[in-house]
Design a protein around this ligand. Structure first.
Ligand code: RP5
Length: 160
């Protein structure tokens, strides 16, 4: 497996406050990632070049976050055979419901695995990416098990 098997892309710098949770989760699990701003409507040539090159560069899973009319995950999924997980970023006007609908309602044939709006989605996208990679990486599978066990251990029997 390459040094950076996950690409985390986002449509804007303004998405970083959400998407950093994906990166931080991947870092906690020891999964390398390449992080880029790639906009479907402002940098379409960059998006095309990224999506076409990703597999050849050793990327195994792409996490794509975008807000509003969030074309990015679906467009990238159309351009690469790699699995794409989409993170709807919370928007100002519609609180991310627009982002969610834009990403989740892919026509049959080009899948985007769509997560929850915002931080939870970004975190879970990273966990899903790690779970995919762990199918072929026993050490990562152990780290993922430990991460989940720690979450379980952190739950008190009763509220304090
Ligand atoms: C989308 O538009 C981005 O993914 C971002 O969520 C949203 C707003 O972008 P900015 O205007 O803040 O750059 O392309």
């Amino acid at each position: 497996m390459g040094q950076r098997p996950v690409a985390v892309i986002m449509g804007s710098q303004s998405d970083w406050d959400t998407m950093r949770h994906a990166v931080e989760t991947l870092e906690t699990l020891g999964v390398g990632c390449d992080v880029r701003i790639v906009s479907a409507h402002r940098t379409p040539d960059r998006m095309y070049a990224f999506a076409k090159a990703a597999k050849g560069e050793g990327i195994k899973v792409i996490i794509a976050g975008a807000g509003g009319a969030a074309h990015l995950p679906g467009m990238v999924a159309a351009l690469t055979p790699l699995p794409v997980f989409g993170v709807p970023v919370e928007s100002k006007a519609l609180q991310g419901v627009d982002s969610l609908h834009s990403i989740v309602q892919m026509p049959a044939g080009i899948p985007v695995g769509t997560l929850a709006i915002g931080k939870a989605g970004a975190t879970n996208a990273a966990l899903l990416a790690a779970a995919v990679l762990a199918l072929g990486d026993d050490d990562l599978a152990d780290r993922l098990d430990a991460w989940r066990a720690a979450r379980t251990d952190a739950v008190a029997e009763r509220p304090s």
